[in-house]
Write a protein that binds this ligand. Sequence first.
Ligand SMILES: NC(=O)c1ccc[n+]([C@@H]2O[C@H](COP(=O)([O-])OP(=O)(O)OC[C@H]3O[C@@H](n4cnc5c(N)ncnc54)[C@H](OP(=O)(O)O)[C@@H]3O)[C@@H](O)[C@H]2O)c1
Length: 250
Amino acid sequence: MNLTGNTIFITGGGSGIGRGLAEALHAKGNQIIISGRRKAALAEVVAANAGMDSIELDVESLDSIKSVATTLTAKYPKLNVLINNAGIMKDDVVDFPIDDTIASSIITTNLLGPIRMTSALIEQLKAQPAAAVITVTSGLAFTPLARTAVYSATKAALHSFILSQRYLLKDTNVRILELAPPYVQTELGGEHQLTDPNAMPLGAFIDETVQVLGTDADEVNVKGVAMLRNNVGPDEYAFFSKFNDMMSGR
Ligand SMILES: NC(=O)c1ccc[n+]([C@@H]2O[C@H](COP(=O)([O-])OP(=O)(O)OC[C@H]3O[C@@H](n4cnc5c(N)ncnc54)[C@H](OP(=O)(O)O)[C@@H]3O)[C@@H](O)[C@H]2O)c1
């Protein structure tokens, strides 16, 4: 996609990958609007990037999504890119009775959130000369991490949703992109992840991602996610088991 002159709305731009993308795309001459629940995190990013804007959003709430979409489209009539980035990961082991509050929250945030956010903005995007929806899934959409079963399932479902959306919008000016990160140094899985040497450094991830974003690829994937992404076919369970043995130190 063209990486300059866009008006880009990012969910969850106050930290991690959302913040990284916001700052990299801001530096390339795009109007960026970030969002999230933590006012202080949003204010910090906006203060560090003159001209960037922010809006409070809770993607678990349909009312919040609708009200943000109304405010955004009134203030930014040229809004043409939506980045569905907000997401949560919690340990949600499924070999014990599951905590229903946690499971519901993960599904509402990670799956219903992007579905509802896209729905609220789709007509706005269709009215633009060139538009895109970029949804952040995960390498775990393709090879689940067993100890985050519900999280992995939301990302797999999101991948499926994206395929349908891309097909239905193929003759329009709205491109549907998927960004499936590998394990990256953010706070997604807790503070320890920020410095975990097994995770890809955030800066390197953002640099490579923005490079791929500037191409015609529908899947904006860095090379490091290929092992997980390319795992499909009849040997899937064997590969999945090997991956999970490795992740649980077996
Ligand atoms: N880091 C990785 O290893 C990795 C790998 C694969 C995929 N991903 C995906 O990358 C995306 C970004 O995660 P990250 O790694 O950058 O972690 P992060 O730093 O924890 O960022 C998650 C962002 O989502 C926002 N968010 C969470 N719940 C929200 C809600 N209900 N409403 C609005 N915003 C909400 C958070 O902002 P507030 O708390 O302020 O609301 C936060 O800024 C997620 O979709 C994640 O699943 C990450």
